[in-house]
Design a protein around this ligand. Structure first.
Ligand code: ATP
Ligand code: MG
Length: 724
């Protein structure tokens, strides 16, 4: 047996971890020290050297992107297919379990996964059914409460409330009603996936025993971010025989707000006897400057496990700090930096822009679009969360499961087919009274002539459409089935008729679903692909997004950057109240978690770290003048270099946004002969192509890519631009 490829390139501590004979193993180490690498090599070691079966390996990572990378790396090391191995996220693995044991779990075969938005809608309907006022009982808070309970492993019935505690009483009432609604429609929210599969094992000891026998090795990355139910799930699965490897770092625990417990890592050795603990102290990722900056920021946190981290690499470039006038200026600076980076021959995908809050991405996107820089957003407005995609997915979901009420609500009158609010109310009432799904209630209302003729006809048309979709797509390949659905439902046409750029983008996005289907690889090739695709779409919005392979700048929140690394990292919005987040400033724990998030952000950078802060920021509809983030003050000054914008021309004003109707009228006048893609001639800049048109009247502007003079925005009323 040649073990060189598995152990080559590991330091002594890493090697000790990979080959540890101890029953359980905890690898506790700072960022970039090779924890994930050790986890992967250990899997290879267990299979290749210890001779354990690949089916017996269960590896849990935090994102699907990480899981995919892990698979690739194992395949590379072992040259064996990893299909039989369970590698995935907690949610993905729980879904896989429930799909295989839906009967034992008390679920319909094609149970629907509610994402966060679906869940909130269902909570709203539940509140309405209970005659609770949304203003007094905000659905978001209810959602928070319910998920928190589920993450802690508690059902409504498990919680005792003091009769005098009106708040808790009401929350429990909603929780219970919500549970009933989920049961009725076979809906499973994210937290439920975990809780339900935990209960599945608890109530089916034979099934549990079978899995306990199967999985000899369980390995968990980012262990510091497991919550109570995930931990319980692991513990019950591990049973008495399996060996558990956990790797993590208390300094990178950033999901406390979602119920993650750092204690899990602190108590690991108590709960899992015979644990060997390995510490890794060498950082292989970042330059010395970046590492010093990270260490300086995290040093302010109390109660750390105290890891030392050093690197062989010396110095490196200083960190750059840009102080922007406002968020537009910041975005332009970032776009400039990215452009320069690419011009120096680096790949776009090696650069990332990280931000604290999703709402920051819009301005950044606009700046990148202006420069024609390709980018890809992880998280935030994820592909599957876009309106048109959600609507398309709703049709697909209904075709698989008529009782999917969330999907029904979404598309029953989209495109408009004359099913109004009154009819919908009647359907909802009937559904409640008869404990039926909306689809079944509609059918009953029609059969019993409970609706005015026009409404009944319109509704009948919809039900027939769904039935027809279900039968006509049954024998088709996934992509063909989806394409057929998009056409037959009228959705494609509906969005194609929406005027302007937005309609076109939506149509493009719909076409992207078809591409996503073509690329989709089901977990279980023998089972129907559509339900698997829908589950994957609901679970993993960001990852199947279009253009995964394209060379593009990576945009994401600091939270989603966990575990990743990029040669160039830009962190935007380093201001008090934004990062650290205003909400977090209210408690010491909150602040400590923000600081860990800063540590995570800084340690993503391999060779260059750029920080940006804005003196004024328009965000959430207001204008804010915040102090620079305290994390900036914590950086050793000798590591940081203040930089100035390299831009010679002032940034274009924010796009003038007329109402849609005037936009169409004015643009017809103002843009005259110019359309997108139009070839043009400019007296000074020469020949070019129109990339973008925006604004109206005197503000009408065109973005033109000139053959030799680069890309420029020109105001049409001054530019002496001619169509050729
Ligand atoms: P994080 O805490 O951010 O998740 P990590 O501890 O999981 O980081 P890895 O991602 O496994 O760290 O490794 C960081 C980088 O260092 C990777 O590019 C990895 O390939 C590299 N690396 C790890 N160990 C070694 C080594 N012994 N020799 C060379 N490079 C290494
Ligand atoms: Mg890692």
């Amino acid at each position: 047996m040649d073990i060189t490829p598995i152990l080559a390139g590991l330091n002594d501590a890493q090697r000790a971890a990979v080959t540890s004979e101890s029953r359980h193993l905890l690898v506790l180490a700072g960022a970039g020290s090779g924890k994930t690498r050790v986890l992967v090599q250990r899997i290879a070691w267990l299979i290749d050297v210890q001779g354990l079966s690949p089916q017996g390996v269960l590896a849990v990572t935090f994102t699907n992107k990480a899981a995919r990378e892990m698979r690739t790396r194992i395949e590379h090391l072992l040259s064996i297919p990893t299909r039989s191995m369970w590698v995935g996220t907690f949610h993905g693995i729980a879904n896989r379990l429930l799909s295989q044991h839906w009967q034992e779990a008390g679920l319909p075969q094609h149970f629907q996964i509610l994402d966060s938005d679906d869940q909130r809608r269902l909570i709203k309907r539940t509140l309405a059914a209970l005659h609770l006022d949304e203003a007094q009982w905000p659905p978001r808070q209810m959602q928070w409460f319910i998920n928190q309970q589920k993450d802690a492993g508690q059902r409504a019935a498990d919680i005792e409330a003091d009769p005098a505690d009106h708040l808790l009483q009401t929350q429990l009432q909603v929780y219970a009603a919500y549970e009933a609604a989920c049961r009725q429609t076979g809906a499973v929210d994210f937290a439920e996936l975990l809780l339900r599969s935990y209960e599945l094992w608890r109530e089916n000891p034979k099934l549990l025993a079978a899995y306990q026998t199967r999985f000899h090795s369980i390995l968990v990355d980012e262990f510091q971010d497991t919550n109570a139910i995930q931990y319980a799930w692991l513990k019950v699965l591990a049973g008495e025989a399996a060996s558990v490897t956990a790797v993590g770092n208390d300094d990178q625990s950033i999901y406390g707000w979602r119920g993650a417990r750092v204690d899990n890592i602190l108590n690991f050795a108590n709960h899992f006897p015979d644990t060997a603990t390995v510490r890794l102290e060498q950082n292989y990722r970042s330059t010395a400057n970046i590492l010093k900056a990270a260490n300086a920021v995290i040093a302010h946190n109390p109660a750390r496990l105290g890891k030392k981290l050093w690197t062989e690499s010396t110095g490196g470039e200083p960190l750059s700090l840009y102080t922007a006038a406002d968020e537009q200026d910041e975005a332009h600076f970032i776009a400039d930096t990215l452009q320069e980076w690419a011009e120096r021959g680096h790949a776009h995908r090696d650069s990332a822009v990280l931000y604290r809050s999703n709402v920051q991405s819009r301005v950044l996107e606009e700046a990148l679009l202006r420069r024609n820089l390709p980018y890809r957003i992880y998280g935030g407005q994820r592909f599957y969360e876009r309106l048109e995609i959600r609507n398309a997915v709703a049709y697909l979901r209904l075709a698989v499961n008529r009782d999917d009420d969330a999907a029904f609500e979404r598309v029953v009158n989209l495109p408009t087919r004359g099913i109004g609010a009154r009819t919908l109310d009647q359907i909802r009432q009937r559904a409640r009274a008869e404990r039926l799904s909306l689809f079944a209630a509609s059918r009953q209302l029609i059969d019993q002539h409970g609706l005015p003729a026009r409404a009944a006809n319109a509704l009948f048309g919809f039900l027939r459409l769904i039935d027809e979709l279900a039968t006509s797509t049954a024998g088709l390949e996934l992509a063909a089935a989806v394409e057929h659905t998009l056409e037959t439902s009228g959705l494609l046409e509906f969005y194609a008729n929406e005027k302007g750029e937005r309609g076109q983008t939506r149509v493009d996005n719909l076409h992207e679903i078809i591409s996503a289907c073509k690329d989709f690889q089901p977990d279980d090739p023998a089972a129907a692909p559509l339900p698997q695709f829908l589950a994957a779409a609901a679970l993993d919005a960001g990852d199947t997004q279009a253009g995964e392979d394209q060379d593009a700048v990576q945009l994401m929140t600091l939270h989603s950057a966990k575990g990743l690394e990029f040669p160039l990292v830009i962190i935007a919005g380093l201001e008090e109240n934004l990062f650290p987040h205003a909400r977090a400033l209210e408690t010491p724990d909150g602040l400590a978690e923000e600081r860990r998030l800063a540590y995570v952000g800084i340690t993503r950078a391999i060779s260059k770290l750029v920080l940006a802060t804005a003196q004024c920021r328009r965000i959430h509809g207001g204008e804010h003048y915040n102090q620079p983030s305290r994390f900036l003050r914590d950086l050793p000054p000798e590591l940081v270099e203040a930089v100035h914008s390299t831009r010679l021309t002032p940034s274009p004003q924010p796009a003038f946004k007329p109402s849609p109707i005037t936009a169409q009228r004015d643009s017809a006048i103002a843009f005259g002969a110019f359309g997108l893609g139009q070839r043009v001639q400019h007296p000074k800049f020469g020949e070019g192509v129109v990339l973008n048109l925006e604004g109206a009247g005197h503000h009408a502007r065109a973005q033109v890519r000139f053959r030799t003079a680069g890309t420029k925005w020109l105001v049409l009323s001054h530019a002496r631009l001619q169509a050729v």
